[in-house]
Design a protein around this ligand. Structure first.
Ligand code: MFK
Length: 545
C-alpha cells in the first residue's frame, strides 16, 4: 500500500539561501557573525519548538467567558498555554527590544527583520501583538508623556516574560474601517487630573485583545467646547487595560470574539468602552498624525510577515517536491514543476529584499543617521511594500498550495492555514486601495513617490552587467512608464483619473522596486542573477516573451 510522506517544515534559516545573500549584502561581517547563533537557533525552532507551539495554539483558539459561575461579569479572554508560551518566547528572544539596541546603530531594524522573518509564520501570528507593541514603544519614545514612557516602555521592551507586556492598537469602529475620521468614541476629562480621560464608545475590531494596554483614537468631549468632526477632531490616547477590585475589566466590556477566516489563535474582539481609563498622547486633534508613526511600524511588520509566510509556503513546497513521486520520478525533477518552484523562490526573494530595504531605511531614520532623501523614500516605501507584499503573499501561498495537489485543500494536513493566514495581510493595516491612495498623499505632502521613483531609476541604471540585458531593459522601461503616467496625471490635473490609476501605478512600482533590490544583491551572489531574471520575466515582461 502506498502512503505519501507528509511535507516537513524545514529549518527555515538553513534552507533560505535568499536570506543569507541579503544579510551578506546588507550587514557588516562582524554583525552577521554576532547574529548567527540567534538566527540558527530560531531556524531550528521553526522546525521544532515553534512548530509545536503554533500548532497547539491553533488547535486551542481563544474563548470569551463573559460571566463567572456566579453571574458576575468578568469578560475573560482565555488563551491557550501555547499562546502564552509564544509570548514568553518573544520576550526572551527580544524580538521587539532588539530594534531599540543603540549599539546596532542603523542596522537595528535589519537585524530585527531577519529574526521576525523566521519567527512570524511559525508563531501562529504572535507577530501581530509584537507589531503593535513595537509600534506603541516607538510612539511613547517620541512622545512628551514622561509618566507613560517611564512606566510602560521598560515593560514593552523587557526580556523577562514576567515583566513583558504587549499593546493593542484599537483603530477600527463600526462607521469607518479605513475612514478613521468617522470615529465615534468620546474622551471625557477626569476632573482635576490633567491629561487623564475616560473613553466611551465601541471598538469594532481589536486584535491581541489580551494586551495590557492599547493606543486608540477618540474625540475630546469636555462638556464646554463643541466636539470637532472628522479626523482633525481626533486625539490619541493610551488605555490601561486593568481589572478593578471585583475582577471586572475597568470601563471595558468584551462584546464577543470575531470568527475569522484565519489567524485563529489570535484573539480579536469587539469592545464597548464605558469609562475606560486613558491618558492623552500628543496634541488634541493630532491623533491621526500621531498614530501614523504607529501605522508605519505595523506596516513594516506586515511586510516582513508577508515575506515570512511566503518563505514557509515556498520551502514546504520545495521539501515536498523531493518526496512526492509522480509519472516515474520525484516532482522536483519534472521541468515544469521545477520552473514553478524557481518562480516562487524568485518572488520570495523579491518580497524579502523589499522588506529588508524598508528595515534598512527605518533603522537609519530611527538611528538619526538617514539623509532627508532617505526619509522621503521611506515615507513612500512603507505603504508600497505593505501593499505589494500583501497581494503577493496571497498569490504565492495559493500557488504553493497547488504544489501539494489535493492535500493542499484538506484541512488536517495543516496546509490550508497557509492561505487563510495570508489573506489578512492585504487587509489589515490599510487595504491595497487605501495604501495606493496613501502614496498619492505622500507625494502631495512630501514628494515621496517622486523621490522613490528617482532613487529606483538611478539604482536601475547601476545594476550589474551579469543580469540579462533584456530584463534590465524591461525594468528600466517599466520605471519610465510609471514616471510618464504619473507625469501625465500631474499635467492634466484630473484627480479622479489619477485615483483610478493609483493602484496600477503602485503595484507596477512595487514590482520594479523588488527587481532593483534583488538585482543589486546579484552583484555579490550568483544565485540572485537567475532570480532577478525570473522575477522580471514573470512580473514586468509578457510571461511568454
Ligand atoms: C504581522 C503584522 C501585524 C499587523 C498587526 C495589525 C493588527 C490590526 C490592528 C488594526 O488596527 S487594523 C486597522 C488599521 N487601520 C488602518 O490602517 C487605517 C487605514 N486608513 C488610513 O491609513 C487612512 O489613510 C487614514 C486614516 C490615515 C486617513 O485619515 P485622514 O485623516 O483622512 O488623513 P489625512 O488628513 O490625510 O492625514 C492626517 C495627518 O496624518 C496628515 O498629517 P498633517 O496633518 O501633518 O498634514 C498626514 O500627513 C498624516 N499621515 C497620514 N497617513 C500617514 C501620515 N503620516 C505619515 N505616514 C502615514 N502613513
Amino acid at each position: 500500500m502506498f502512503i505519501q510522506s507528509a511535507p516537513q517544515v524545514p529549518d527555515l534559516y538553513q534552507v533560505d539561501q535568499p536570506l543569507h545573500a541579503e544579510l551578506k549584502r546588507r550587514l557588516p561581517v562582524a554583525l552577521i557573525s554576532a547574529l548567527e547563533p540567534e538566527l540558527r537557533a530560531l531556524g531550528q525552532d521553526t522546525a521544532g519548538t515553534l512548530l509545536e507551539l503554533s500548532s497547539a495554539a491553533e488547535a486551542s483558539p481563544p474563548v470569551h467567558v463573559p460571566y463567572d459561575a456566579w453571574g458576575r461579569r468578568v469578560d475573560e479572554i482565555q488563551t491557550s498555554a501555547a499562546w502564552k508560551q509564544l509570548k514568553a518566547y518573544a520576550a526572551e528572544k527580544r524580538l521587539v527590544a532588539c530594534a531599540y539596541d543603540a549599539d546596532l546603530g542603523a542596522h537595528r531594524r535589519v537585524a530585527q527583520a531577519a529574526k521576525l522573518y523566521l519567527f512570524s509564520a511559525s508563531s501562529a501570528i504572535y507577530s501581530c501583538p509584537l507589531a503593535m507593541t513595537d509600534a506603541a514603544a516607538r510612539v511613547l519614545l517620541d512622545s512628551e508623556q514622561a509618566e507613560l514612557r517611564e512606566r510602560l516602555l521598560p515593560r514593552l521592551l523587557s526580556a523577562d516574560p514576567e515583566c513583558f507586556i504587549t499593546s493593542g492598537q484599537w483603530m477600527t469602529e463600526r462607521p469607518g474601517g479605513s475612514d478613521v475620521g468617522r470615529t465615534e468614541t468620546l474622551a471625557r476629562p477626569v476632573l482635576g487630573q490633567s491629561g487623564r480621560f475616560t473613553l466611551h464608545g465601541v471598538k469594532w475590531f481589536t486584535s491581541a485583545t489580551t494586551s495590557e494596554m492599547a493606543l486608540t483614537l477618540a474625540r475630546i468631549d469636555d462638556g464646554v467646547n463643541p466636539t470637532v468632526n472628522g479626523s482633525r477632531g481626533l486625539t490619541l490616547f493610551c488605555v490601561d487595560v486593568r481589572r478593578d477590585d471585583t475582577g471586572q475589566l475597568e470601563g471595558i466590556q468584551v462584546n464577543r470574539l470575531k470568527d475569522k477566516l484565519g489567524t485563529r489563535a489570535l484573539p480579536t474582539a469587539e469592545l464597548t468602552l464605558d469609562g475606560a481609563p486613558a491618558t492623552q498622547i500628543g496634541d488634541p486633534g493630532r491623533g491621526v498624525a500621531t498614530i501614523a508613526t504607529m501605522l508605519n511600524v505595523t506596516r513594516y511588520y506586515n511586510a516582513v510577515s508577508s515575506a515570512s509566510n511566503m518563505a514557509k509556503a515556498v520551502w514546504m513546497a520545495h521539501d515536498y517536491a523531493q518526496r512526492r513521486e509522480a509519472f516515474g520520478k520525484v516532482i522536483a525533477e519534472h521541468p515544469l514543476h521545477d520552473q514553478t518552484l524557481a518562480e516562487l523562490q524568485a518572488h520570495l526573494h523579491g518580497a524579502l529584499s523589499m522588506s529588508l530595504e524598508v528595515a534598512a531605511l527605518l533603522g537609519a531614520v530611527e538611528n538619526g543617521s538617514a539623509t532627508a532623501q532617505e526619509a522621503q523614500v521611506l515615507r513612500a516605501l512603507v505603504p508600497l511594500a505593505k501593499l505589494t507584499l500583501g497581494k503577493q503573499v496571497v498569490a504565492v501561498s495559493s500557488e504553493a498550495l497547488e504544489c501539494f495537489g489535493g492535500a493542499g485543500y484538506v484541512e488536517d494536513t495543516g496546509l490550508p492555514r497557509l492561505l487563510r493566514d495570508a489573506q489578512v495581510l492585504p487587509i489589515w493595516e490599510g487595504t491595497t486601495n487605501v495604501l495606493s491612495l496613501d502614496l498619492l498623499r505622500a507625494e502631495a505632502r512630501d514628494g515621496a513617490f517622486s523621490a522613490l521613483l528617482l532613487d529606483l531609476s538611478a539604482r536601475c541604471e547601476a545594476l550589474p552587467e551579469q543580469l540579462e540585458l533584456a530584463c534590465r531593459s524591461a525594468l528600466a522601461k517599466s520605471l519610465a512608464r510609471v514616471g510618464a503616467v504619473a507625469q501625465r496625471h500631474a499635467n492634466s490635473g484630473d484627480r479622479s483619473a489619477l485615483e483610478r490609476d493609483a493602484r496600477r501605478l503602485a503595484l507596477t512600482l512595487g514590482r520594479c522596486a523588488q527587481a532593483v533590490f534583488v538585482g543589486e544583491t546579484a552583484a555579490q551572489d550568483a544565485d540572485s542573477v537567475a532570480r532577478f531574471n525570473l522575477l522580471v520575466r514573470t512580473t514586468l515582461m509578457a510571461p511568454l516573451a
